[in-house]
Design a protein. Sequence first.
Length: 389
Amino acid sequence: MLGNFMYCNPTKLYFGEDSLNYLNEELQKYGNNVVLIYGGGSIKENGIYDAVVGLLNRNGKNIAEISGVMPNPTLAKLYEGIEIAKKHEADLLLAVGGGSVCDYSKALSVSVNCKEDPWEKYYLRFEEPDCECIPVGCILTMVGTGSEMNAGAVITNEKTKQKIGHVFADEKIMPRFSILNPKYTMTLPHYQMVSGIYDIFNHICEQYFSGDDDNTSDYISEGLMKSLIHSSRIANKNPQDYEARSNIMWTATWALNTLVSKGKSTDWMVHMLGQSVGGHTNATHGMTLAAVSLPYYRYIMEYGLEKFKCFAVNVWGIEANGKDDRQLAEEGLKAMENWMKELGLVMSITELGANENMIEAIADTTFTMNGGYKVLDHEEIVEILKASL
Ligand code: NZQ
Ligand code: ZN
């Protein structure tokens, strides 16, 4: 384990079928003005909205609502929410939804009292907030992003087609509490369920495929990946399997709550490519990652052969006898490809609405990261995107 680090995660989690009950005690900690934030209406269809509003009313809260937070939340929507939260003098932002709603609420938290334009301050200059931030609580209904226990907030500027994530350094931006009821995820369409599963898997990969020291974080990551592969196969056949769905939910949280990044340089290049595709197509986050992953990993494999070999043997159970590192690494990625196809993931950016003419523009808005096994230049990004068509 190399490097120096600090680990602190202040988000309090309530997990399980009865977890919503704990909202009662959390609500006592904040003032009366709650802004309830949710997406396009799934929570009204599956009864979660009624359950949450009932609890808020019984606790005497004054509720304002921000509804219609879209997947890949936009800057225009952020500006709209700032006005609502200001007018309501919000004491608590209560996010009920998936990563989009949760990310949006964190972006709102740092923007309501911000004296400058939040897009420029947080997403172009990557500064930290210097104003009072409004506490965020989260009731999760879609599993994948880990937003329920991290300080990330991704916002899309629909005018410039830039989709940018800011992972805030201050852990106070993490939700104060998150309620994780696996039952709430049962109404997700199959497409969203598997997209979330791949998002989880890739979060782990982004941290695992970096560094060459013997690192405890990698052993935790291998365990998380094995659990996810196992549970995803069960959930894919029977989405109503509570045990599998609850394991997937718990894995998602640990995949991106900063634990497995400790002592790691971390890569995040698949996310940079996927996010840029998302900025140009508005496609579902996990599917953008699925579509670019294999071309990327096959491209960088030779630069991190040792780790790709471990991935094959320790995660996918490939028999090592008589095979060289390259052969093992390739078999590991083949096993991953087979699993992705089994889940029904999108395997090309063409299916997400991208085409050859868009490649240069997508490459131009792709951030380059330097923590992985290979730092890509512009031509290599173009090459990988073309291989993803
Ligand atoms: O809007 P509603 O009607 O609620 O429908 C949503 C949405 O259409 C639906 N949904 C959610 N829960 C449901 C449900 N439908 C039926 N039953 C339920 N229980 O699912 C759709 C997708 O929801 P969304 O929140 O967009 O998905 P996800 O959780 O994947 O979040 C994606 C956003 O998170 C960002 C992504 O870039 C994207 O903007 N990310 C945030 C990260 C972070 N904070 O660390 C990291 C990730 O890598 C990611 O970048
Ligand atoms: Zn992700």
